[in-house]
Design a protein around this ligand. Sequence first.
Ligand SMILES: [Zn+2]
Length: 189
Amino acid sequence: MIIRVGNIPVDGLDFHLTLAEDRLSERANAPWTTLAGEQGKAVPTVAGQQFSFPIGAEAHLKIYAEGTTVVLKGRINFELSTSCSRCLKDINRLYSIPIDMVYKPHRADGSRRGDVECDDVALSYYEGDSVDTSQTVEEIVMLSVPFTLTCEDVGLPECELSLSGDPDEVDSSSDGRFPFRILQQMKIH
Ligand SMILES: [Zn+2]
């Protein structure tokens, strides 16, 4: 949903946002790209674990303006469904992620006004007179999708079997529970 800054009521605006499952799945399952080769060109590599979003993503948000600064707060809920990366059992995990985003105007001359360090809130910029809240929500959902998800990650007992006959070949790439730094900054209640 694109919201014009000039149209935001003084008391702010409460709204709901739903992102379609298809779009999210398409992005989450796109082949990973890596920088490789002499030119440093991004080349697609093999696809990773396949994820789906049975309920899409639902966001309950409030937006308000303080001068030219726009604040977006609320919560994003979604469910990830996949097969355990070790034993292929069907698993899913619910996510409820708080959002606390501050947008500053991105001026035509390229300079950014009010550039400040914020530890607790994410800072973004908007072009012209509008903020694309759907894009913000989509990016946060994508950043929350882990590299891999296993039975243990969703609170189930250890995988009963490994598809690989050789224990040495068991995938250990999920040892770092939160591969994305941004996840450690998010407070999941
Ligand atoms: Zn498993």
